[in-house]
Design a binder for this molecule. Structure first.
Ligand code: C2O
Ligand code: CU
Ligand code: CU
Length: 434
């Protein structure tokens, strides 16, 4: 679905549906009957109208992850509740200087986010480039994970799964298990990859093909980078070029150790999975002359900007009593999410430096709504180059320093761990921009 004359108007309806996955008739949650929901294509300066009907049996709402739009009124407002059976009309106005890139949408009603995203509620948003990068074709790859029991329904997450962050047994690409893509040698494809998994980290490899990374989240590298691997925490996206070489390649997610839930718990959570997306590249394509990938202007490097405020955010997890009692705590600065409490107040126009410390034994990918961040230091080591991103992983027992510029929009929104079970458990704070 593409905007025309600067406007895109879409109707979305969330509901529980029968869908076919890996040849099985299963029941999942979906927008407009499909998993994922429709891809929305807009441009900087556009208006995106979404009329959402909540056909679920629980409250829901909509979040446009990564978009730099107002957090107030009928825009990306986290505090809207759409009760079961109700509808809400969202209007998002993208500023004229909105960064192109790959974004996504998903529900964000506190307490239900992990269940609803795991169930299948997500879709891609593409903010198109003002000038296209020459490619033979573009593919949107929404990667998610899900589990079905023998009756084809999604089992309820256990306390243990909520603690570490649930991971599905099946990893899907656009709702399909092990799909096949066809391409020709020498063809260049643009892949827009979204990690829509609730908790799973993806270390993606596609051996045998040439991968060139244009950027992560809303950030673009000045010059595109050839890579062997792309690491995406839950919520991150990659903008990637794949240049076809003859042969069959398999997209796989390598094991990633995101920590374990504490000594007594035992259970590690390293992930290892074969996505088994096969890419078949045949030799007989008309080989197009590949034009150079245009360089991008350097991002405004916040390391060279005066910091107006500094703050500390400490991410912690704990367990009171037994796991079975579901007494886990997931906090930021010792507080669990409270919808009536403003945790952080920032001034319009300020540049802040946030020191993010993770005292727990699990990684926590921090996501800040509306304003992208730049990582400047990782465990006291300065980074080589900065890039705008909206999900920043804070590995277990480490510290990451980021800078954020609050140069646009006022209002209230949130930051949280994008392991969505942790968000639902309270690892989320409210930020108010004045
Ligand atoms: Cu992708 Cu606050 O969410
Ligand atoms: Cu978001
Ligand atoms: Cu977390």
């Amino acid at each position: 679905l593409r905007s025309s004359n600067g406007v895109l108007t879409v109707a979305l309806e969330s509901s529980s549906q029968h869908v076919s996955i890996a040849g099985r008739d299963v029941r999942a949650l979906s927008y407009n009957g499909g998993v994922p929901g429709p891809t929305l294509r807009v441009r900087a300066g556009d208006i995106l109208n979404v009329s959402l009907r909540n056909g679920l049996t629980d409250p829901s709402n909509l979040h446009v992850h990564g978009l730099h739009v107002s957090p107030e009124n009928n825009s990306d407002n986290m505090f809207v509740t759409i009760e079961a059976g109700d509808s809400f009309d969202y209007q998002y106005e993208l500023p004229n200087n909105h960064a192109p890139g790959v974004y996504w949408y998903h529900p964000h009603h506190h307490g239900f986010v992990a269940d609803q995203v795991f169930g299948g509620l997500y879709g891609a948003i593409i903010v198109e480039d003002p000038e296209e990068i020459p490619a033979t074709r573009e593919r949107v790859l929404v990667i998610s994970d899900i589990t079905f029991d023998s009756s084809g329904t999604i089992p309820t997450a256990t306390a243990m799964q909520k603690m570490s962050g649930r991971e599905g047994e099946l990893v899907l690409v656009n709702g399909q298990l092990s799909p096949t893509l066809n391409a020709g040698a020498g063809e260049r494809e643009r892949w827009r990859v979204i990690n829509a998994c609730t908790s799973r980290f993806l270390r993606l490899r596609l051996d045998g093909q040439q991968l060139t990374l244009l950027g992560i989240d809303s950030g673009r590298f000045e010059s595109a980078r050839d890579v062997d691997e792309v690491a995406l925490a839950p919520g991150n996206r990659a903008d990637l070029l794949v240049t076809g070489r003859v042969g069959t390649s398999t997209l796989r997610a390598l094991p990633y150790d995101r920590g374990a839930t504490g000594g007594m718990m035992g259970g590690g959570t390293s992930t290892s999975v074969d996505i088994a997306l096969a890419m078949l590249v045949v030799a007989d394509a008309r080989i197009t002359e590949l034009t150079a990938i245009p360089d991008q202007p350097a991002p405004n490097d916040l390391r060279s900007v005066a910091v107006t405020a500094r703050r500390q955010l400490v991410f912690a997890m704990g367990m009171g009593g037994s796991m079975r009692g579901g007494m886990m705590s997931a906090t930021i600065n010792d507080r669990a999410f409270d919808a009536t409490h403003i945790d952080t107040t920032v001034q319009f126009g300020s540049v802040e430096e946030w020191t993010l410390t993770n005292t727990s034994t699990l990684d926590h990918p921090l996501h800040l709504h509306v304003w992208p961040m730049q990582i400047i230091e990782q465990d006291d080591r300065p980074v080589e180059s900065v890039i705008w991103q909206d999900v920043v992983n804070i590995p277990a027992r480490s510290t990451v320093r980021v800078r954020v510029k609050f140069d646009d929009f006022s209002g209230r929104t949130v930051y949280h761990c994008h392991v969505l079970d942790h968000e639902d458990a309270g690892m989320m704070g409210i930020i108010q921009a004045l």
